[in-house]
Design a protein around this ligand. Structure first.
Ligand code: SF4
Ligand code: MG
Length: 330
């Protein structure tokens, strides 16, 4: 089938007094209907900017190139009015802090009625109510609580209500940016399971942004690993979370696993500043396997398995110029 959404060589940058911040720097990715793709990386790698770009929600003054293609149109070229018409019914977003998005003075029912009245007026009152209750039930919120106020719910329940609000219009594409980060681990696992069921039922393509590779292993079909504005590796979630090919994915996975054990592993160094990212492979200052070539020439993108690709000199399909195979001295 056709992708629900395609990114092609997407670039997004912001002005900064010391030069442009290249937050997204040449990203290509397809989202298929009904598929959950995990976008992972440390904070500051550009993943939230990418998520906002998908929804045409870039801040004033951000520059962009390449395509976010949805139903044959580039979202980045649409006028604000055209975008507003898509956002909600076709492109949904699940935010991190539900309290800032639910109106404390409005009952839950009023939130759903408002959204459905604006975007699906033809549905009518009764069908709207049924749609809202069905979506809430899918998120584990019983109909008896429909007329309660946001403060009467726990944090986890409010987040599920927010997710139901995003899904009640049955959007084709949903971006969820760290949707469960503020919640405890059990609630997080439960919500991710529910999201996975729902998008399967509605054929929604879900881009799940997270810094946690463990979540990806549990809730995603595919994963895209982002580092310094680039997708350094992508492929099936199971394959990448069990056998990562790219050194950065491997280090990220080790640090995720060590969080749940006694041993501590963190990736040495810090994510680079995106005004002046390192030359050639951007991971070279932190990479345990770096060779001289990594600091001089852009690494090739290599198919490392079925539906997998990784951007690294280690994969050995392209000749490394003589003398540059030696370990990088730092
Ligand atoms: Fe490490 Fe070199 Fe691969 Fe970059 S290209 S991840 S520095 S081995
Ligand atoms: Mg973020």
């Amino acid at each position: 089938s056709e992708p629900a959404l395609s990114l092609r060589d997407l670039r997004i940058w912001y002005g900064h007094e010391r030069g442009a911040v290249r937050a997204v720097d040449g990203v290509s990715l397809d989202l298929m209907p009904g598929e959950t793709v995990g976008l992972v990386g440390e904070s500051g790698c550009g993943k939230s900017t990418l998520g906002r770009g998908v929804l045409g929600l870039l801040p004033e003054g951000a520059g962009h190139a390449g395509e976010v293609s949805y139903k044959g149109r580039n979202i980045l070229d649409l006028k604000p009015k055209e975008l507003r018409a898509l956002r909600g019914p076709e492109l949904g977003m699940i935010f991190q802090e539900p309290m800032t998005r639910l109106n404390p003075l409005m009952k839950i029912s009023a939130h759903f009625e408002e959204v459905l009245k604006i975007h699906e007026p033809e549905l009518g009152k009764k069908a709207s109510r049924n749609r809202a209750l069905e979506t809430l039930r899918g998120m584990g919120i019983p109909p008896t609580r429909y007329h309660q106020y946001p403060h009467e719910f726990s944090g986890g329940m409010r987040q599920r209500i927010m997710i139901a609000l995003a899904l009640v219009l049955r959007p084709a594409v949903v971006v969820a940016d760290e949707p469960t980060t503020a919640l405890d681990v059990l609630v997080e696992a439960q919500i991710l399971r529910i999201i996975a069921d729902l998008r399967r039922n509605f054929d929604t393509a879900l881009l799940l942004i997270t810094h946690n590779l463990g979540i990806v292993a549990e809730a995603c079909d595919r994963v895209a690993v982002m580092y310094a504005g680039r997708l350094v590796e992508q492929g099936p979630a199971f394959d990448i979370t069990t056998k990562p090919a790219h050194p950065y994915s491997r280090e990220l996975l080790r640090s995720t696993i060590s969080l749940s054990t006694v041993e501590l592993h963190s990736i040495p160094g810090a994510p680079p500043n995106l005004v002046n990212p390192p030359a050639a492979c951007r991971f070279h200052p932190r990479c345990p396997d770096a060779m001289k070539v990594c600091a001089e020439l852009w690494p090739p993108t290599v198919a490392t398995g079925p539906a997998r690709r990784s951007e690294c000199w280690l994969h050995g399909t392209q000749d490394i110029p003589a003398g540059l195979e030696a370990p990088l001295e730092r």
